[in-house]
Design a protein around this ligand. Sequence first.
Ligand code: PXP
Length: 242
Amino acid sequence: MTPPLRLGVNIDHVATIRNARGGLHPDPLRAARMAAAAGADGITAHLREDRRHIVDDDIAHLIGGIALPLNLEMAATDEMVAIALRHRPHAACIVPERREEVTTEGGLDAAGQHNRLKPLVTRLGEAGIRVSLFVEPDPRHIEAALSLGAPVVELHTGRYAHAEGEVREMELRRLSDAAALAAKNGIEVHAGHGLTTDNVAAVAAIPQLVELNIGHYLVGEAIFVGLEEAIRRMRASMDAAR
Ligand code: PXP
């Protein structure tokens, strides 16, 4: 049997709701603690340049307030590297970031940005932070991650999640081929973006995957069934697929 998949719960959109009124409620730290109680294996938070959801204080609170590993999603900028080095999260996932985007719309151009990424990956790695690169499931980017010395890649599942029929099948094959290539080269493989209980099974069945990071759907479902129940249902869908 394939080993169980880790579930990283992304709590960004708890902060989105909080920030809509500018106060303290709902608190992402409370959500992170609930996620832990419901069976999450890690917490993920994206500190964006424009601080549209998670803010700097959230990172400090999460680092000090949860027992689970924190995966800090961040752009490849000097500001974010300094923040990561100050807080020393368990992991840092390097994502592309554009101010005008609604969410992280594509993977990092790991192949085209070797010289910019190399020092950053090295500095974070030397500080004991496990670096992952959020990339499209494309062999070019897996090879780039290898040459950058990144121990982890996170495969962008957005295209798969938004496709239908044959296109979805093709996107699934791209994910599964990229996962196999990365694992064969000793890179740990994670995946995420746009995953729901309806589409997670096929991704969770890819044997080389060891972690999924899921946020928007879980926070949305929390409105209807509560956060703990939403996470439990996702966990059950993932486990059933292994
Ligand atoms: N992984 C990465 C690198 C992301 O940027 C995001 C979105 O912030 C996710 C996972 C989670 O995506 P979603 O919120 O669609 O579940």
